[in-house]
Design a protein around this ligand. Structure first.
Ligand SMILES: [Zn+2]
Length: 508
């Protein structure tokens, strides 16, 4: 069972894994021996031995396999034999830091390898961030925090006091360029607890990268947000932890059964009474919790931690202290491996195959540079726009050139509604206009939302901001806007599947 899932014993025959109504699964109608077999799925045995144990518990192979398959399909189970290779390059301190992200990735994944596969994709990803002001610097830091392995920051403007935010540039970076400053902050975070400069290149020495042939974009900013992780190979490292020998857990388990009421709102027992002999598994969302207003789900995952089960949930509860003390020892000692996250200032030519970004994030501090945008489209590089000004924040669209609406499509759509729009953007010098009246909360929200969508793209998940945007309003509501491909835009002309190639009578 995934270690990040809290185990709650509802009664002698009912086990719940996970707390959030949309995540938790409940197993009901369990005989005591079967329940103990499930509680013992801690990754220390191979499938054959697990099936043997099921047999001993009175569950035949077909039913045992079916139950395991259901648990896997619900995202409650992963294969503990998955190679932890992607984690080997991480220092222990970095593993500890990334643990919540890995935990979250693990819960999000239904693949056998769980979150490790997704984290591995992050570690290999190349992302460039254009603009490192209030939004962009936070995006850089969030990307590094989430374990994106190769980050370049492009913004040659100087750090001003007005660029500082809690999650981005600090007073220490005033006087540096914004790209150097964002790199310095991100490195402090991902340096494994060492003071900057020890075991990592100091920001100054790393910065002199050849500048892009593209003129450095004038300010762009978009913040990403990290995900969570699970302790590397935790499942397999905790022999015996989850299954107190001899069913010793049951007396305690009974005692801890009263843990369930706090979370009860979520998982009200669709309870199959024990009448049914074979165990049944249900997502524990019998009573979906009341949805709040139109707000996006984002900030609302408040699934507060339930009181720690006294003894019932050994796996996750005990693991943490141990890991922490270990890593601290390493930090103080010789733990000087190269950081797994590489953050550099400046960029090579965007079309350079050896350093081609998987994603570019545009977080303009000043009006968006149309030349850069055209280059991204012509090179076919996916790019995500994040902007915040005058109390409004926007994340998206994520442009997959030749496949989804581009930024020029959006401009053409705006022109359809406002014929003078081209004049307005010309006067501004580009659109969006940069960080105007971009307050701290807005900048932080936009940064986090942008990184969430960036990570989703890097992990191969479908994005909610292709052909669309997420917009936050001054009263902190999020809404999605739809932006279809504009029939007059050139962006689809090379797409052989696009009828616009032959249909579009207009040029722009
Ligand atoms: Zn277009």
């Amino acid at each position: 069972m995934k270690p990040a899932l809290r185990r709650i014993l509802r009664d002698e025959q009912t086990l719940q894994y996970g707390v959030h109504p949309l995540r938790a699964v409940m197993l009901s109608g369990l005989a005591r021996s079967v329940r103990q077999w499930i509680e013992g799925l801690d990754g220390t045995r191979d499938l054959e031995r697990v099936l043997d144990a099921a047999n001993a518990a009175g569950l035949d192979e077909i039913r045992a396999r079916s139950l395991l398959d259901q648990l896997a399909a619900q995202g409650a189970l992963h294969d503990a034999a998955t190679s932890p290779a992607p984690l080997r390059d991480l220092t222990l301190a970095e593993r500890d830091r990334l643990r919540p992200d890995l935990d979250a990735l693990d819960l999000a994944s239904t693949a056998p390898e769980g979150g490790i596969g997704l984290l591995s994709r992050r570690l290999k990803a190349r992302v460039r961030v254009y603009g490192a002001g209030r939004v962009g610097a936070q995006i850089v830091v969030l990307l590094a925090a989430a374990g994106v392995g190769h980050i370049r920051v492009i913004d040659s403007g100087s750090v001003r006091a007005s660029d500082l935010t809690p999650g981005g540039l600090t007073w220490s970076e005033v006087g540096l360029t914004r790209e150097e400053g964002a790199v310095a902050v991100a490195r402090r975070l991902s340096s494994g607890g060492r003071t900057p400069g020890i075991g990592t290149e100091p920001p100054d020495t790393a910065t002199p990268q050849p500048r892009s042939t593209v003129p450095p974009t004038r300010g762009v900013t978009s913040p990403p947000r990290g995900a969570a992780s699970q302790p590397p190979g935790a499942a397999s490292q905790r022999p015996g932890a989850a299954s107190p020998p001899g069913g010793a857990s049951s007396p305690h388990a009974t005692a801890s059964a009263n843990v369930s009421p706090p979370s009860g709102r979520a998982a009200r027992p669709t309870a199959r009474p024990s009448a049914i002999p074979s165990p049944s598994l249900t997502p524990a969302l019998a009573q979906p919790s009341p949805r709040r207003g139109p707000a996006e789900g984002n900030g609302q995952r408040s699934a507060g931690r339930p009181p720690r089960p006294t003894t019932a949930s050994p796996g996750t509860a005990e693991a943490r202290p141990t890991g922490r003390s270990k890593s601290r020892r390493r930090i103080d000692g010789q733990d000087l491996a190269r950081p797994a996250v590489e953050v550099l200032a400046g960029g090579t030519y965007l079309g350079d195959r050896s350093d081609r970004p998987d994603l570019v994030i545009l977080a303009p501090v000043l009006p968006l540079d149309g030349v850069l945008v055209n280059e991204l489209v012509s090179l076919g590089i996916p790019h995500l726009l994040a902007s915040a000004f005058e109390g409004h924040g926007t994340v998206g669209p994520l442009v997959l050139p030749g496949e989804t609406a581009c930024l020029h499509c959006l401009d053409l759509t705006r022109r359809d509604h406002d014929p003078a729009w081209p004049i307005v953007t010309a006067r501004l010098g580009g659109y969006p206009p940069g960080e105007i009246a971009c307050d701290t909360t807005l900048a932080t929200l936009v940064a986090a939302e942008a990184v969430g969508h960036a990570l989703a793209h890097l992990e191969g998940r479908e994005s909610a901001v292709t052909n669309g945007t997420m917009e936050v309003t001054p009263d902190w509501r999020w809404k999605r806007g739809s932006w279809p491909v504009h029939p007059q835009c050139r962006c689809m002309r090379n797409n052989p599947y696009s009828l616009r190639m032959v249909m579009s009578p207009h040029r722009d």
